[in-house]
Design a protein around this ligand. Structure first.
Ligand code: 4AD
Ligand code: MG
Length: 432
């Protein structure tokens, strides 16, 4: 090859003249006079045509090329409205880099088989588009928090005890002891908040939930923040601004990918422009009863079906606040105005996507914390460090956690959160 390689999208931008590109064969067809290869690289696709009379010596090899063989080629690029991406390269040189066996991915495979062959399916246009959007989302989350003066703080993954729900923790054999994989960074984050005041992370969390739903992973990327001197409204302001920032970035940077995914972006636009409603749990119950004929007994957490019914009437995320204190994690403080409810929120996403974010102010009243922990059957000694954190200059503070894959699922319009990550882990999917 005589020329510097450029990406397929750069070649298309160039639109004419001589170009050299390289990648993998996405489609191939031909006759004994012509071979049409659609080439893919990470950036795009392009049709390439090889005329037999230019390649008499190589023809046998060219004719044998199969999907996913890797090649370098060069030739003249020109516009061709019939070609898949509107351009075609008339090839004058080709170099076969790696041959391919018959590629075991085709459109007849079901979800399960695509899952088994995820290591190859990840090359698909669909996964390529999702993973690009995922990269934008995670980049935007970092940008957002850093632009607001947050420090990135990392907490341990292997931890001695819980925070959310004991039964849903993965045990780890740790030499001759039992440890767990973290479900949240929160208890460590609260300690670090007393040093750094505004912190965030994007890191894996683990949940041994026996839920085979379209929104549960056992390993997911948890975007969490913790902030000093914060109250409930302040936390929701951050959450709303963060989501709007991410949406804006994806709509700016990933038009092509959203098109590939056939995402109706009009459905995302209201969330950029409109303020997200804030309603209390009590108001949500009233709405469900009056408008959806669903009777949720006061004190029960909202189930998926109830969240979905509630969200049918909304085109942006909605914050539901002040859930019953008793059903909530021990660290969510009761509301002084109504001690039966906690100063917490869930942010629910539209289009059937359910809970995106959970957050709250944090209780710093050590006696209250002990009472809640006891009621949940926890051993107080496991939390002595946590009481210690709030024994030296406790302040009002709070934070939230976003299920990053759930946000990606919504943004991309996916059916299942499994597709929002390269190699998903669920109750039934452990490999590849
Ligand atoms: O509501 P959760 O359990 O809240 C916490 O863990 C808090 N300690 C966060 C904090 O305040 N720092 O989890 C937060 C979010 C949920 O709203 C959901 O989006 C996501 O994490 N999540 C899951 N995502 C995928 N798969 C699962 N199994 C998830 N469990 C929770
Ligand atoms: Mg939650």
């Amino acid at each position: 090859m005589t020329q510097n390689f450029i990406s397929i999208s750069e070649a298309i931008k160039k639109a004419k003249g001589h170009v050299a590109v390289r990648g993998w064969i996405y489609r191939e067809r031909g006759s004994n006079k012509m071979k049409f290869l659609v080439l893919r690289d990470s950036s795009d696709l392009i049709q390439c045509v090889l005329a037999r009379d230019k390649f008499e010596k190589q023809w046998e090899d060219i004719d044998k090329l199969q999907i996913e063989a890797s090649v370098e080629l060069e030739g003249e690029i020109k516009e061709d409205k019939r070609a898949p991406t509107g351009f075609e390269i008339a090839v004058d040189k080709i170099n076969v880099v790696g041959l391919s066996d018959s590629f075991p991915i085709n459109k007849d495979l079901n979800e399960e088989l695509l899952g088994d062959r995820r290591h190859l399916w990840i090359r698909s246009r669909k996964m390529n588009a999702i993973l690009k959007i995922r990269s934008t989302v995670i980049g935007a989350l970092h940008e957002y928090f850093r632009s607001k003066g947050f420090y990135e703080f990392q907490s341990p993954i292997i931890i001695p005890g819980g925070a959310e729900e004991g039964p849903t923790m993965f045990e780890v054999k740790y030499f001759d002891k039992k440890m767990y994989l973290c479900q949240t960074w929160q208890l460590y984050a609260e300690a670090a908040m007393y040093s750094l005041e505004k912190i965030y992370c994007v890191a894996p969390s683990f949940r041994a939930e026996k839920s085979k739903t379209s929104r549960h992973l056992t390993e997911y990327w948890h975007t969490e923040m913790e902030v000093a001197w914060a109250n409930l409204n302040g936390l929701m302001n951050y959450a709303e601004e963060m989501i709007k920032y991410v949406l804006k970035k994806v709509l700016e940077k990933n038009k092509t990918e959203l098109e590939i995914l056939e995402r109706d972006v009009k459905k995302l636009e209201p969330s950029l422009k409109k303020k997200f409603p804030r309603v209390t749990y009590d108001e949500a119950l009233k709405f469900l009863k009056e408008k959806k004929k669903m009777n949720v007994p006061w004190g029960k957490d909202l189930r998926t079906i109830e969240e979905e019914k509630f969200m049918e009437s909304h085109e942006t995320p909605v914050f539901v606040t002040h859930y019953p204190k008793e059903t909530m994690a021990f660290y969510k403080p009761k509301d002084p105005k109504n001690p039966k409810v906690a100063r917490c929120f869930d942010c629910l996403a539209p289009e059937g996507n359910g809970e995106l974010i959970g957050g709250s102010e944090r209780d710093t009243d050590i006696e209250e914390l002990k009472k809640s922990l006891k009621a949940k059957g926890e051993k107080l000694e496991d939390y002595s460090y946590y009481f210690d954190i709030h024994s030296y200059g406790a302040i009002p503070h709070g934070g939230f956690g976003l299920g990053t894959e759930r946000l990606i699922k919504w943004v991309c319009g996916l059916d299942n959160v499994k597709d929002a990550i390269g190699f998903p882990r669920t109750m039934t999917r452990m490999s590849p």
